[in-house]
Design a binder for this molecule. Structure first.
Ligand code: EPU
Length: 512
């Protein structure tokens, strides 16, 4: 069995470069179906999910080449409109080919993506949207069978009980750009990945207004051409590295990370006592020394590899406001985390800082004597705190000095990581869509299993903070969405060995 073996309790220091965004590149690869000309994607990450999408597109007849960080999808010779079950079963983003196939060929057969570790993940919004554009849709033998002579523009609602659907919005964008007439998507997802997809589609000749806002207007065009596009940096990967610096009391610069895409996580990190610097080259985070595992003996990190540059122009970001002023309230806080403090009171805070934070929009800022401070968060659609960072944040809060509450409003059942974090010593209680975390836990290495991509990231963070050896199984999940994570962590000083065939019974549980 493949596994990662980590020896934790070492501060991570240095600089790494963010990869291209997984959740941007996957719908873009599907969007390339809309054209018979090549679509060139730069900064395309080398990920398992990208390989799965490549396989899916090749099965449809597309030519896909990934060389370095350049990915070329040439759908000129696509000769099928039926997506293979194996690819969509492995990766929900495979379902994104439905809209483009329908728009280009007037028909599509795509397997239902089914449930997953994050809980129930319906596709009702995707189907209602496509039906509104005039598609006939049936479900037969576990497949969505869709047909439309020519899609027609219409008004579509993309928000459901848990907010807007991200891939649903991508699906509808791809169908509407080739529909006859105007489409208005209300309740659209505002994620940067949607804005980036709209940029690619515009470069291909689409007419789109309002991407990044809740209402998007699309004027259908007769045909789309090829395009070249540079994919945005992966905000979730970037934040994961910042969290790694925070949890180990380290000092990491994530080059190319875009602070505008990370307002809520940066505010939460600042509130937890980290120093966040926004630079022209990226984002640097200095964690409270002694953050890892609640140990006080961790030496001050020596971070000679960080290049010193002029700090970028003030952005109004919470991170920059927090720099050099550990007790200060941020200048601005993304409003959508605003409901959290009702759920996350933390004892013993300097009153004014706490109430400033609460007034500013929601995170309780704390001073925890050189350790991470507990910060309660609630996940929300963008620009709120991303659900994809909920599990990693839970790992951070396990070593924070106090009690925090973590609510997932987007995927209420996304707590599979809690049980595995408990194996490492984290004190977490899950009830409904919320986890109560009590820290600082004295994390100790143990064998654990990644149950999904972000749960895997949470385990890596906890393992970095834990004393002793952690063996993480199920790393294929992690490789779905983090490009060369083991290598990048090692370059920052993590002690991490990749075991390609670890016998199941070889894992030693280090009991005294
Ligand atoms: N929902 C519905 N009906 C639908 C679609 C979604 O009720 O038709 C619900 C979902 O059950 C969920 C909420 O709406 O409660 C949001 O789901 P969404 O459709 O936005 O999720 P997604 O598009 O399937 C993308 C990302 C996920 C990320 C979510 C939320 C991609 C390829 N995936 O999924 O990324 O968690 O948005 O931001 O873009 C990950 O990278 O680890 C990951 C899971």
């Amino acid at each position: 069995m493949k596994a990662w073996v980590l020896e934790g309790s070492r501060p991570l220091c240095g600089a790494i470069r963010a990869a291209g965004a997984k959740n941007a590149v996957l719908p873009m690869m599907a969007a390339a179906i809309l054209s018979d000309r090549p679509v060139v994607l730069r900064r395309a990450p080398r990920l398992r999910d990208v390989r799965t999408m490549t396989g899916l597109l090749r099965r449809l007849g597309a030519c896909v080449e990934h060389s370095g960080d350049e990915l070329i999808v040439d759908a000129g010779r696509i000769n099928g409109w039926s997506a293979p079950w194996a690819a969509v079963r492995r990766m929900r983003a495979g379902f994104c080919v439905l809209g483009p196939l329908l728009a280009r060929f007037g028909r599509a057969v795509v397997p239902l993506p089914g449930g997953c570790r994050l809980g129930d993940r319906p596709i009702d919004l995707h189907l209602a949207g496509l039906r509104a554009l005039g598609a006939q849709i049936e479900i037969q033998s576990g497949c969505v069978i869709a047909a439309a002579r020519r899609l027609r523009g219409a008004g579509v609602m993309m928000s459901g009980r848990f907010g807007p659907s991200v891939t649903g919005t991508a699906q509808l964008l791809c169908a509407a750009v080739a529909a006859e007439g105007e489409t208005t998507i209300r309740g659209a997802a505002r994620e940067p990945e949607i804005v980036d997809l709209a940029r690619l589609l515009s470069a291909m000749g689409a007419k789109i207004e309002g991407a990044g806002e809740a209402t998007i207007r699309i004027e259908g065009v007769a045909g789309l051409g090829g395009a070249e596009h540079r994919v945005i940096a992966d905000r979730i990967e970037a934040a994961t590295f910042l969290f790694a610096a925070a949890v180990t009391g380290g000092d990491v610069l994530v080059e190319d990370a875009d602070p505008a895409h990370l307002e809520a996580p940066l505010a939460a990190l600042t509130a937890a006592g980290c120093r966040v610097e926004v630079r022209r080259s990226g984002i640097r985070l200095v964690g409270p020394s002694g953050a890892a595992a609640g140990f006080s003996h961790i030496p001050e990190p020596s971070c000679g590899t960080i290049r010193v540059e002029p700090v970028g122009a003030p952005t109004g970001l919470p991170g920059s406001a927090g720099h050099g002023n550990r007790m200060g309230a941020p200048a601005r806080f993304p409003g959508s985390v605003g409901d959290v403090p009702r759920m996350g009171a933390t004892a013993g805070l300097p009153g004014s800082a706490e109430s400033d934070f609460e007034r500013a929009g929601g995170v309780v800022r704390n001073w925890a004597g050189g350790r991470l401070a507990p910060v309660s968060i609630g996940t929300r659609p963008y620009p709120g705190f991303p659900t994809d960072l909920q599990a990693p944040w839970t790992a951070l809060m396990a070593v924070a000095a106090g009690r925090s509450r973590i609510v997932d409003e987007v995927f209420p059942q996304r707590f599979a990581h809690a049980a595995e974090l408990r194996r490492l010593g984290a004190m977490i209680r899950v009830e409904g869509n919320a986890a109560e975390v009590v820290g600082p836990a004295r994390l100790e290495g143990a064998p654990v299993r990644a149950t999904d991509l972000r749960a895997g990231a949470a385990l890596v963070l906890a393992a970095l903070a834990a004393r002793g050896r952690t063996t993480i199984f199920g790393v294929a999940h992690i490789e779905r969405g983090y490009e060369r994570l083991a290598e990048k962590l090692r370059s920052l000083g993590a002690q991490l060995a990749v075991e390609s065939a670890l016998p199941r019974n070889s894992v030693q549980i280090g009991l005294p």
